[in-house]
Ligand binder design. Structure first.
Ligand code: GTR
Length: 385
């Protein structure tokens, strides 16, 4: 079966549930000093900031506070996309620090016939850039623009590597190096995942200038490394109303302590540019992490979080992805919101939604397609419409 096959392929990784180590998750509602958080006020004033700092220092790195200017330049437009249903624009985000500039392109679509400002989804595309012309001509299940429009959503997307190249030695060409004026990154400085999430926030800056979009109803989404990014983007930027994390696995929704499928050791070795240096120190000793990934979900509370898995994508640990969503429920509860608390996963191909959180596990392998989007938009409808 699948577990046997995968175990043979990747002998050093665990795919057997009974071999998951025993662990205790850190309680998101207990401070580092051991105090129990009892009110929304205490959460906001004492715990949320502390947790955010822990993730910056230990996992994703700290963003720079260097001042920059940002302007948006339109490079292409079509007002009649999809038989007149949408207007599409290609935009260049141009950053300036002193006399240096950096830019990345993104594409935005807004429905033409909406009765008022619409919600929107910003999709972090880790695979490729979809220029305006391609988006109009060729349906793409990875970013199904027409589906968004039909369902009354505006949408925008950019390609991660245009912001920070997705490779070990890509630093000199990315936004991080631009901010550091070419100096090498400090151990606890931001890495690519955080840089991509930051870029999603800059796209949101642009959406805030569009009258036909309601910027208080914007979701951020991503698949796999993009799904790790969408979660962290929503932790760092509280303007995002929902984070959708698809097949995000290790360093995304999956609990690090389960060490099932991809591990901290493997991910920090294969992708040293994704996480800040301290995260790699937890290789093989996940139990020592002061945080775990359920607390990323908790940091997004009381806003919406949607997690999706695929049953053959064991590398991403579907059980661990679901478990972190459930383990964050007490924080939603403290903040007066409902969230999924059921310990057992929903049946294959069925969606579970409760209040601010939603989940599905689809049949098949690692990927993002129409079914995932349909389920996600059903969830988004409950919170944004
Ligand atoms: C894999 C990586 C995963 C996931 C995936 C992807 O190689 O191990 O963590 O990010 O790539 O982004 O598709």
């Amino acid at each position: 079966d699948l577990v046997e096959k995968l175990t043979k392929q990747r002998r050093e990784f665990n795919y057997v549930e009974s071999k998951v180590p025993t662990y205790t998750l850190p309680n998101p509602l207990v401070t580092r000093g051991g105090d129990l958080i009892r009110s929304p006020k205490e959460w906001n004033e004492r715990r949320r900031g502390e947790l955010l700092e822990l993730f910056r220092e230990q996992v994703y790195g700290r963003r720079p506070d260097t001042e920059y200017s940002l302007r948006f330049e339109q490079t292409a437009e079509t007002t009649r996309a999809f038989d007149g249903a949408a207007t599409g624009r290609e935009i260049k985000a141009i950053f300036e620090i002193d006399d240096r500039t950096f830019s990345f392109p993104f594409v935005v679509f807004v429905p033409n016939n909406a009765s008022g400002p619409t919600p929107a989804v910003i999709h972090i595309n880790n695979r490729y850039f979809v220029p305006l012309a391609t988006a109009v001509e060729k349906p793409d299940p990875f970013w199904p623009v027409e589906t968004f429009i039909e369902r009354g959503y505006a949408t925008a997307s950019f390609h991660t590597s245009h912001v920070d190249p997705d490779k070990k030695d890509g630093y000199p060409d990315g936004i991080r190096s631009f901010f550091a004026d070419g100096k090498p990154p400090e151990d606890t400085a931001w890495r690519s995942l955080s840089a991509w999430g930051w870029a999603a926030s800059r796209v949101l800056d642009h959406l805030q200038t569009i009258d036909s979009i309601d910027a208080s109803r914007v979701a951020v989404s991503g698949h796999s490394r993009g799904g790790k990014t969408s979660l962290w983007a929503a932790c760092e930027d509280e303007r995002f109303a929902i984070a959708y994390s698809n097949n995000s696995g290790c360093g995304g929704a999956a609990l690090s302590r389960r060490a099932y499928g991809e591990t901290v050791e493997r991910i920090t070795t294969s992708f040293p540019h994704w996480f800040c240096k301290p995260f790699s120190d937890y290789a093989g000793r996940e139990n020592d992490l002061p945080v775990d990934q359920h607390e990323v979900v908790a940091l997004i509370a009381p806003r919406g979080v949607y997690v999706a898995s695929a049953d053959e994508d064991l590398w991403a640990d579907p059980k661990g992805e679901y478990a972190s969503l459930v383990a964050a429920a007490p924080v939603f509860g403290l903040l007066g919101k409902d969230a999924i608390e059921t310990a057992t996963m929903p049946p294959l191909g069925q969606q579970r939604i409760k209040g601010q959180t939603g989940y599905h596990i689809r049949a098949g392998g690692h990927g993002l397609g129409e079914l995932d989007w349909d389920f996600f938009l059903d969830f988004a409808d409950t919170l944004l419409k």
